[in-house]
Write a protein that binds this ligand. Structure first.
Ligand SMILES: Nc1nc2c(ncn2[C@@H]2O[C@H](COP(=O)(O)OP(=O)(O)O)[C@@H](O)[C@H]2O)c(=O)[nH]1
Ligand SMILES: [Mg+2]
Ligand SMILES: [Zn+2]
Length: 306
């Protein structure tokens, strides 16, 4: 792993407990003993494949831009998955839709994304233009770290290049047939912005399995959780039980049945992953509290983006 700092620029042996964005108190005499400093935030997921392991994605991000494009990549369930991951870490999520220049339907994508949560801001920008720098400036202040998350090919490296002001990172044309990108960004790096902030490009994650993300999910689906608290049975699955407040809301047209299905899928998957992961800490905070607080704190603050 690469460490950089004031007068420091060196390669250390990788450590499984350290990820991109981490701060170390470097021990020059024995670098392997460098102290890992407390993190402001940590993004992690269940490692892809059969192994039951947690994979660290990035540390100390303040704002995570969940990047998707105005094309076949756009998927509400996947965006929700990323938002839950980000909220779990008490990071502010912002949805960023790229490639509005390649479609006449950009507005439709933006309004669909805006329906995910009234508390999650949605932006749309042509990553290849001059616009990202000015548009993202409110989040790129000194001391602030932003990160780009999303599938391959959506423009994360292009956005990073736009912010750092030159083409430091290779980007690659996506395959036209399915809008999928190739994995050009293989390592995760952090870059210092001219304005003083930090930006992290991340490789596309083909499979994002949530683990220990119950409060992130609760934060995003707080309205459904509140309804569920009114169900007759505490363990109501909201399928066929009598006295189900959630189903009643669906029947009254207040809750979108597809959103209910996505919430259920995410909750069930998260519970399975969290229960089976050997690294599970065993303790969980009050459900949803932290994530809800993160959303509330955020919604009071309005960013003046163009
Ligand atoms: N027209 C257009 N092309 C874009 C936009 N964003 C990304 N691209 C192109 O999409 C391809 C994939 O971008 P890249 O940054 O490598 O995606 P990454 O895998 O998310 O890092 C490249 O050819 C980019 O030039 C956009 O907003 N508009
Ligand atoms: Mg990339
Ligand atoms: Zn119910």
């Amino acid at each position: 792993m690469h460490v950089a700092g004031d007068g420091i620029d060196q390669i250390l042996a990788p450590r499984s407990d350290v990820t991109v964005g981490d701060w170390l108190l470097l021990d020059q005499s024995d670098p392997s003993q460098s102290e890992l400093l407390a993190r402001k935030s940590l993004l992690k997921r269940r490692a892809p494949g059969k192994e039951l392991q947690v994979q660290l994605i990035a540390a100390n991000i303040d704002t995570a831009f969940i990047v998707s494009s105005c094309n076949q990549d756009f998927n509400i369930a996947r965006l929700e998955r990323y938002i839950a991951l980000v909220l779990e870490a008490e990071i502010t999520p912002v949805i960023l839709l790229t490639k509005p220049d390649l479609t006449a339907e950009a507005e439709g994508y933006v309004s669909e994304a805006a329906r995910i949560s009234p508390d999650v801001e949605v932006l749309s920008v042509n990553a290849r233009s001059q616009a990202p720098r000015e548009m993202l400036a409110p989040w790129c202040k000194p001391g602030q770290t932003i990160g780009f998350l999303g599938s391959s090919g959506v423009g994360k490296s292009t956005l990073t290049n736009a912010l750092i002001g030159h083409s430091k990172i290779a980007t690659q044309a996506i395959r036209e047939d399915d809008a999928r990108g190739r994995h050009t960004t293989t390592s995760r790096r952090i870059h210092l912005l001219p304005e003083g902030g930090l930006v992290m490009d991340t490789p596309g994650m083909r499979e994002l399995q949530l683990t220990d993300a119950a409060s992130g999910i609760s934060g995003l689906f707080a309205d459904l959780e509140e309804l569920a608290a009114q169900c007759k049975f505490r363990d109501c699955s909201h399928r066929a039980e009598p006295g189900c407040a959630v189903r009643a809301a669906v029947e009254a047209g207040v809750v979108d049945p597809e959103r209910l299905a996505r919430w259920r899928r995410l909750t069930e998957e998260e519970a399975i992953n969290s229960a089976s992961l050997s690294t599970r800490s065993g303790k969980r905070g009050p459900k949803g509290k932290a994530a809800r607080k993160a959303l509330r704190a955020k919604s009071g603050r309005r960013y003046n983006t163009p």
